[in-house]
Design a protein around this ligand. Structure first.
Ligand code: NAI
Ligand code: COI
Ligand code: MG
Length: 348
């Protein structure tokens, strides 16, 4: 039976992964689970954010459910010791270059969206974010200039191979949906983006049925709130995808609603809400577990070949929301556990 690694992390990570685990257990009591601390929790216990046993578990498991990492108490540490090094390390070590971040508005959440109802209703898109390159993984540091000033730097770069493989995921995703792909870059200013655009255009030849457009990232940020329904699939780099997906979440009601799948083409994947550890609400049982529960659904679909069970979970979330189940971020008062209960009660 499938082994699911749970890496809860910090802040609300353990709170929301606990609810996702309950849902997975309800789907199939035979699933095996193993848990290891990562992030700040692992730093406190083992002196490093991604201990070898956590990485080993992630490699051994059939799929990984990740919570979130980070806490201000660790912000002064050297970068390799900061909690965020855990998630970056897992993505790199597992080769998880493709991050699918679907954003759609569940019926009933129109009023939770930051947009007008008729604009919010139209959002149903997937951001395909490159996940193992860009400024997050380029050479970085701080140095002193000849004038004695401190200078920080983070190198942005993409090889054509890296762009080609994420572009293919973008086109393939578009083929399963509305066959429209918007590649988001900043090619008017950045050489990295010019190469990105050239390579995406090259890959388009293999997907003649997909309508390809290009958009600068600043315009994309604007269009996402002006008319999100115009997008079907967005393919973009690591940094732009990170930012645009947080923005898309508020079009869809809350950052607590958006799940994600980080894939490497082998069937192995890491599944996590797009949000962080939310230190401002951690420990208060206020976190919305929907993003984590919907990430568990993506795990079933993409790593375990159980699309029907994924559909059941997504339907249960939709039913609970339709009945008015709401955590505070959605304007309600349910605790994290009560929201989990509401979803479990709809699983049938
Ligand atoms: N994948 C990961 O592990 C990520 C980790 N982080 C880390 O998380 C820490 C906090 O970062 P922030 O910028 O504050 O981003 P965040 O996503 O943790 O929180 C942003 C805001 O959204 C709210 N929020 C987030 N998730 C929620 C949920 N499920 N239910 C209700 N409200 C929710 C928070 O309360 C906060 O007001 C930092 O240390 C950061 O580095 C940030 C993003 C991703
Ligand atoms: C914490 C960062 C490394 C990543 C992030 O914000 C994200 O993946 O959404
Ligand atoms: Mg982010």
């Amino acid at each position: 039976m499938a082994l699911i690694a749970i890496l809860p992390g910090d802040g609300i990570g353990p709170e929301v992964t606990a609810e996702a685990r309950r849902v997975l257990e309800a789907i199939d009591p035979a699933f095996g689970f193993e848990t290891e601390p990562v992030g700040g929790a692992a730093y406190l216990e083992y002196g490093q954010p991604l201990p070898p046993q956590a990485l080993e578990l992630a490699k051994r498991a059939d799929a990984v459910l990740f919570g979130a990492v980070g806490d201000p108490q660790f912000d002064a540490l050297a970068r390799p010791f900061r909690p965020e090094a855990a998630i970056l390390g897992l993505r790199k070590e597992l080769g998880l270059f493709a991050n699918l971040r679907p954003a759609k508005l569940f019926p009933g959440l129109e009023d939770a969206s930051a947009l007008k109802r008729e604009v919010a209703e139209s959002i149903d898109l997937v951001i395909v974010r490159e996940l193992t390159g860009d400024v997050y993984f380029g050479e970085k540091g701080q140095r002193t200039t000849a004038d004695g000033e401190r200078e920080g730097y983070d190198l942005m770069s993409y090889t054509e191979g890296e762009v080609r493989r994420i572009a293919r995921v973008g086109f393939e995703t578009a083929m399963t949906r509305g066959r429209k792909l918007c590649s988001v870059d900043k090619a008017n200013v950045l050489e990295t983006s010019q190469l990105w655009r050239d390579v995406v255009i090259g890959v388009a030849a293999d997907f003649p049925e997909v309508e390809l457009t290009h958009m600068y990232v600043d315009n994309a940020a604007m269009q996402l709130v002006r008319n999100p329904g115009a997008f079907d699939v967005i393919v973009t780099g690591n940094l732009f995808g990170d930012i645009l997906s947080d923005q898309a979440s508020m079009c869809a009601g809350s950052i607590g609603m958006l799940p994600s799948a980080a894939l490497n083409g082998s069937g192995k994947g890491m599944y996590e809400p797009i949000h962080g550890s939310a230190p401002d609400i951690a420990g208060e049982a206020k976190a919305n577990p929907c993003a984590a529960i919907l990430s568990a659904a993506m795990l079933l679909r993409h790593s375990l070949g159980r699309g029907d069970d994924a559909d059941r979970i997504e339907a249960a979330v939709a039913d609970a929301l339709r009945d008015g189940a709401r955590t505070a971020d959605l304007g309600g008062s349910l605790s994290t556990g009560a929201m989990g209960d509401a979803i479990l009660s709809k699983l049938g």
